[in-house]
Unconditional design. Sequence first.
Length: 195
Amino acid sequence: MARTARVARTTGETDILVEIDLDGTGKTDVTTGVGFFDHMLTALGRHSLIDLTVHCKGDTWVDDHHTVEDVGIALGQALRDALGDKAGIRRFGDVCVPLDEALVLAAVDISGRGELYWDVPIGPDKVGTFDTELGHEFFAGFARDAGITLHLREIAGDNAHHILEATFKACARALRSAVEPDPRVSGIPSTKGVL
């Protein structure tokens, strides 16, 4: 059974198409109109081994907030849809990812309860023209709409670019583990029988 999903989401602020394949090779096709965000989404796809297409036309003349948050929402919906009933997955994933001086921990539970726990202090307010606070906005929308519990914690870091990139890569690697099929798991990996 293919673990793929396609989500089209149009509002007065953004027009988004997201396609994912959980059993891909990390192939990406990303255009959001926000250069740094494209770089982060490309890293997310590449390191999770999730094939990822994200096309967004947003009101970036206002700022990048709507684009970043709404892509997080659409990507979360796509992940939730691609996982189906979640039978046979590992469910949990965790990793620490370094990027030069930055070190970020990510832990994922495909729990059905969407929540972000964010402890990623970033000193500089910008990476180029990208507002660093938008990292939180992306992951909050993503976790909520995917129905995953996502912990992201900065262990070390000074450079805002490195911190954010390590955050996206850590999330990617934790997701990769959590969504992988586990041949030893029969059915839903929960004592409740449902996730």
